[in-house]
Write a protein that binds this ligand. Sequence first.
Ligand code: GUN
Length: 283
Amino acid sequence: MSARILDGRTLSKEIRASLLERSLRIRNKGHAPGLAVILVGNDPASKVYVRNKSKACGECGVMSKVFLFPNSVSEHELIELIEKLNASNEIDGVLVQLPLPGHVNVRNIMGCISVNKDVDGFHLYNVGGLVVGGTIFPPCTPYGVQLLLETAKIEVSGKNVVIVGASNIVGKPMALMLLQKDATVSICHIKTNDLSLYTKLADVLIVAAGKPGLITADMVKNNVVVIDVGINRMPDGSITGDVDFDNVKHKASWITPVPGGVGPMTVTMLIENTIRSAELRMS
Ligand code: GUN
């Protein structure tokens, strides 16, 4: 048996075509949807992500502006810029690329972004919205995973969903979103004793740990749905996920490839949030 592929690249293309149409409708009303991206420092992965986000904006008719700062930037300078962007009529979404340097308090920075332009969904107001079952801007990676599952008609209600990785960006919001869909959710993390005890119970396994090859075939049950959120750059320059794809695919019913699975969906959902923000502003 070999799993069916959850193809985020193809789905993203389809969604981006419809996002371009929505964007053109907004432009016809006299406003070009705009995303501001703030990038601090020289992290190579962050630079790639920001480049991908700008490129996707271009494909979808969204104007993007990238603001670059050195690692030495102060919290005050960042907050000053965010406040300008909050007030700008040209900007519908404000995104601060993470990670930030250690001397910058992430929560302070996220807290300064207008909740109506928080297209990453990291402001505490939007995080709280997730807890009570409704937010304007779902965080992009979990939102992308949810859409991949829905498009493949994979039902999560009543299923055991196991999430490996408890980050604020993926694991925790993903758990809340799937709980809202009536899944029974477990979150495993770096301190979990006997990870495979949990992964073997999973009907749907979502892995966002940042460890290549963490999930092997002996750790999953037959017919599991596997969502690999990991993006790991290997010494030879190739990109690989957290799941041993070549072996796990023989047990799974569905699986995401890396690259070409969740990654493109994350960027697409960012554009979706930005366009929705613009639509809300124009209505
Ligand atoms: N760094 C890694 N993933 C993300 C993301 O989804 N948003 C932001 N702002 N930074 C990130």
